[in-house]
Design a protein around this ligand. Structure first.
Ligand code: 4AD
Length: 466
């Protein structure tokens, strides 16, 4: 086949060379009948292509054909790379292609529900344009999501999903290097794993069943099965009722489960080094992507320490108290209080990433291990980025009698988790783990305001299409 060049790679080094590129038409600008400019886009990169009848480079018909195509259609262009004197506005590549041949490949509708250039503008840019009297349509979130295949073509959205891929990649690579085994657990299960309310119930050939709210039960059973340390990347289903900026009905869970030798801090050690490695890698390897996101949604880089701060729940409550915020010392923290605590932690310790551990037992799921010295507390933790939860984790109860008592006490139907509890009767080591919400990590690392931005095709209480 012929040699193709990606638009993002067409630069000064290719000056005077002939390149073959394929892209979508982002803008079309005819200048009279003899000249036309097309900006082509591929994977978020854009390049200006010039058609001119001068020196018989192309014919008049060719100019007419090219300038009558619809935006977002694909074309193949063969042309020569040139470097203009002035900087090129409205294109990422600072070179032009002098067109020799052009061929239409796909046709987009002449009017589109979303104009990609408008969709790519920052809020500040929109305000400025409106003040200047420019006619433009602010693309709202629902329209974006209804026409997601158009919306994801913006540079910021292209970058968001490349960042997401990198988060997953580092998660996998890091854990593999630490002796974890990647597993897959069933998503059709007999009982709920995280409590009744937010479970999708379904009919499994005449028997009641659920969509897994997490891999919790089966990742623990994998530990009973001698894998020692496991991880999973997979879908998680929650029948959330409330419509919030951070809850989806389906998200991607990054889960870890591991044997504990002496103390649940071994699990927090994994969180610590895994996430420092992840943030380092994003900052180091995704500079272009972070820049593209920042252009549309400006944000400050995440502040994190080389050794992740750990505070106990009691210390957190105390910090809140000193700031005049009273909370139940054995209750849960609501979203607003978590945010406030995040701010206090940032002021005092200079980090936006920290672990809060030893939560009150009463606010944790049945499988959570009570603290050995005081059963009002538990060997559990949550992890926060910019004051919002991205992880929850714990040591688990590995003693079957205690597990039954705890589940029963919380009104869980023992029958539906019988095989899970039985798994601990054949010898189970102390163990613990954690679950991370992939979309939340990306949202909060980039300080985005809505989890729908970091889910390619989000599922929320009101949306199951596209
Ligand atoms: O806090 P959660 O419910 O904990 C568990 O599922 C446990 N089994 C984890 C463990 O190993 N102990 O969920 C874990 C993470 C949350 O911290 C959050 O990041 C994300 O999953 N999450 C959601 N993300 C998007 N939409 C939702 N509705 C989410 N619910 C939880």
């Amino acid at each position: 086949g012929r040699k193709w060049t990606e638009i993002g790679l067409v630069n000064e080094n290719l000056k005077d060379q002939t390149v073959l590129i394929r892209g979508r038409i982002q803008t079309i600008r005819p200048v009279g009948k003899n000249i036309g400019f097309l900006v082509l886009r591929e994977k978020g990169f854009t390049i200006q292509c010039v058609l001119t009848v001068a020196n018989n480079l192309v014919s008049k018909q060719m100019v007419k054909f090219a300038t009558s195509l619809s935006k977002e259609s694909h074309v193949d262009i063969e042309g020569i790379v040139s470097v203009p004197d002035a900087p090129i506005k409205g294109a990422t590549q600072q070179v032009e292609v002098q067109v020799r041949k052009i061929k239409g490949i796909s046709k987009a509708l002449p009017t589109l529900p979303i104009n990609i250039e408008d969709a790519a503008r920052s809020e500040a840019d929109i305000e400025k344009a409106l003040l200047a009297g420019e006619q433009l349509v602010r693309v709202n979130q629902d329209t974006r999501l209804n026409f997601r295949v158009l919306d994801v073509r913006t540079p910021a959205n292209q970058a968001i999903f490349r960042i997401q891929c990198q988060v997953e990649n580092v998660f996998r690579q890091y854990l593999l290097s630490e002796g974890f085994v990647g597993i897959h657990t069933p998503k059709l299960i007999a009982g709920s794993s995280e409590g009744g309310a937010s479970v999708f119930r379904l009919d499994y050939k005449g028997r009641p069943a659920c969509l897994a709210q997490s891999p919790q039960l089966h990742k623990q059973m994998a530990i009973c099965g001698d894998f020692g340390r496991v991880f999973e990347i997979g879908p998680v289903f929650r029948a959330e009722d409330s419509f919030t900026h951070r809850h989806l009905c389906e998200f991607t869970g990054l889960d870890v489960e591991m044997e504990i030798k002496e103390h649940y801090s071994e699990v927090m050690d994994v969180v610590d080094s895994l996430f420092v490695a992840m943030f380092d890698s994003l900052n180091e390897n995704c500079k272009k992507e972070l820049e593209a996101i920042g252009k549309q949604y400006p944000f400050e880089p995440l502040k994190y320490l080389r050794k992740t701060l750990r505070l106990t729940f009691e210390e957190g409550v105390q910090m809140l108290k000193e700031a005049g915020i009273e909370v139940d010392p054995l209750g849960d923290l609501n979203t607003e209080v978590e945010r406030r605590l995040g701010k206090l932690v940032l002021e005092k310790y200079g980090t936006e990433f920290y672990i809060l551990h030893r939560y009150p037992l009463a606010v944790r799921p049945f499988y959570t291990m009570p603290a050995y010295d005081n059963p009002a507390y538990s060997n559990s933790f949550d992890v926060f980025i910019r004051g919002e939860e991205i992880i929850s984790g714990a040591q688990r109860v590995h003693v079957p009698e205690l597990l039954s008592t705890r589940a029963e006490g919380l009104g869980i139907d023992l029958k539906s988790i019988e095989t899970y509890i039985d798994a601990f009767r054949y010898g189970a080591p102390p163990h613990g783990g954690f679950g991370v919400g992939l979309e939340r990590v990306v949202m909060l690392f980039c300080a985005l305001n809505n989890i729908r931005k970091t889910s390619l095709f989000p599922r929320d209480p009101q949306r199951i299409t596209p």
